[in-house]
Structure formats: structure tokens, C-alpha cells
Design a protein around this ligand. Structure first.
Ligand SMILES: Cc1cc2nc3c(=O)[nH]c(=O)nc-3n(C[C@H](O)[C@H](O)[C@H](O)COP(=O)(O)O)c2cc1C
Length: 178
């Protein structure tokens, strides 16, 4: 590529504004949304989460950021486990419900009608209606401002349909929400 400037052209600087800091975060592409399950038989819970990201391929790990005041924060700390359940857009009412009510006051499985299934390796339940369930064991945490990031090693993955190759995400991928 020819990087030499054409001296005859005037430079017009792009006009940018300094804006409130949080706007920096919201300039990213839309975030995915997942339903994270935590707790056990007596204190099962579901939380709607935007802060979710792969953080290592080997070992395969996911991070979830949970606000310090959330009931789910207490449960993820108590059990050291969580499940990332990837919903499709048809679960939007349940996603909204789990993102607006606390498990301290309601049983979100009961209220949303989502079906709890026993996990193979952790106490937290899987959500049957989600085509992907990823069981994780917390191996590290980081307290960052408002949220604690729980970094979990993936113990097992339940996937509806045919496993895909490489980076092909297929139909069951998380959808861009906000
Ligand atoms: C679309 C959406 C995304 C959210 N993402 C997060 C998140 O990444 N981390 C978080 O702590 N709370 C997030 N929330 C808020 C929690 O889901 C909400 O406060 C919930 O009621 C907490 O439930 P709990 O007290 O049972 O843990 C999100 C809510 C919505 C609607």
C-alpha cells in the first residue's frame, strides 16, 4: 500500500467528541445474551448475562461477569460452578424476566416455565430449552469495579444437533441482543 501523503491535499481532521466513559463500552457490536444457572437443588437460580466471553482455548475457559449485589454472585461464590446456557431469540420473555427479577425473591424456573435438567458435572441445573449448555468450574475470579469475573474451566458441553467444525457457529449461537 502506498502510504505517502499527497502534499497537495488538505488534511481534514475527523471531528470527534469526548463523551461519557460508559459510551465507550456501548460502541462495541451488540452483546450476546446468555442465561447463566448457578446454585443447587435448594437454591437454583438463573441470571441473564451480557458479560460473557471465551478467555482461553487450552484449557477451554469462559468468563462471566456478575454484579456484586446479585444473588447469583452469592451462589457462584458458594458453589464455585456455573452453567452457561445459550438461548435462542424465542426465549426472549424468559431472558427479560431473569434479567429483571432476583432469585432471592422468586424461583425463576417456576416463574418462566423453563425446564431444569440435571447437569453431569456440577450442581447447577441445565436449561432444557437452550440448545447449548456449557458446564463450568470456577478456577479464578477477578473483582473489577462493579462486577466480579468468574473464570470457569469448561467441564462438559451439551449441544443440540450435529457438532460443527472449527469456528462454524451454526444455528445455536447466541444472538445479538442489545
Ligand atoms: C439483557 C441483560 C443483560 C444483563 N447482563 C448482566 C451481566 O452481564 N451481569 C450482571 O451481573 N447482571 C446482568 N444483568 C442484570 C441481571 O440479570 C439482573 O439484575 C437479575 O435480576 C439478577 O438476578 P439475581 O439477583 O437472581 O442474580 C442483565 C440484564 C439484562 C436484561
Amino acid at each position: 500500500m502506498d502510504t505517502q501523503k499527497d502534499e497537495t491535499m488538505e488534511e481534514t481532521p475527523l471531528v470527534k467528541h469526548e463523551v461519557p466513559l460508559l459510551q465507550g463500552i456501548f460502541q462495541f457490536p451488540k452483546f450476546p445474551v446468555v442465561l447463566v444457572t448457578v446454585g443447587g437443588e435448594q437454591d437454583r437460580n438463573i441470571i441473564t448475562i451480557h458479560f460473557v466471553h471465551p478467555v482461553s482455548f487450552k484449557p477451554p475457559m469462559l468468563g462471566v461477569g456478575i454484579g456484586r449485589g446479585q444473588y447469583s454472585h452469592e451462589l457462584a461464590t458458594k458453589y464455585g460452578e456455573f452453567v452457561v446456557n445459550i438461548p435462542k431469540a424465542d426465549l426472549r420473555p424468559a431472558i427479560d424476566y431473569c434479567g429483571a427479577h432476583s432469585g432471592r425473591k422468586v424461583d425463576k424456573f417456576k416463574e418462566t416455565g423453563l425446564t431444569p435438567l440435571r447437569a453431569s458435572k456440577v450442581n447447577a441445573f441445565l436449561i432444557d430449552e437452550c440448545p447449548v449448555n456449557i458446564e463450568c468450574k470456577v478456577v479464578q475470579t477477578a473483582d473489577l469495579g462493579t462486577h466480579t469475573w468468574f473464570f470457569g474451566e469448561i467441564l462438559t458441553v451439551h449441544l443440540l444437533g450435529t457438532p460443527l467444525e472449527g469456528y462454524d457457529r451454526g444455528e445455536n449461537a447466541a444472538f445479538a441482543y442489545l
